[in-house]
Design a protein around this ligand. Structure first.
Ligand code: SF4
Length: 70
């Protein structure tokens, strides 16, 4: 099984907590309008990043990160 990251981009407000937890997987980029927005660099991160990815999902203030096994 592989990890898969799903983001609800409508609710992301660019807090960058995710990037702080796993910079290999999440970046936060400026948008033309509104808040900065998360950019997923790795949609299917390797197993060794699972713990960090789960932390990012847990601590995202807006709870927009969903992690599934597929
Ligand atoms: S922590 Fe959550 S709200 Fe903040 S940039 Fe990451 S995904 Fe978006």
């Amino acid at each position: 099984m592989a990890l898969k990251i799903i983001i609800d981009r409508d609710l992301c407000q660019g807090h960058s907590v995710c990037m702080g937890e796993v910079p290999e997987v999440f970046d936060v980029v400026e948008e033309d309008e509104g808040y900065p927005m998360v950019k997923v660099l790795m949609e299917n991160p390797p197993e060794e990043l699972r713990e960090k990815v789960m932390k990012a999902a847990k601590y995202c203030p807006n709870h927009v990160i969903t992690v599934i096994d597929e």
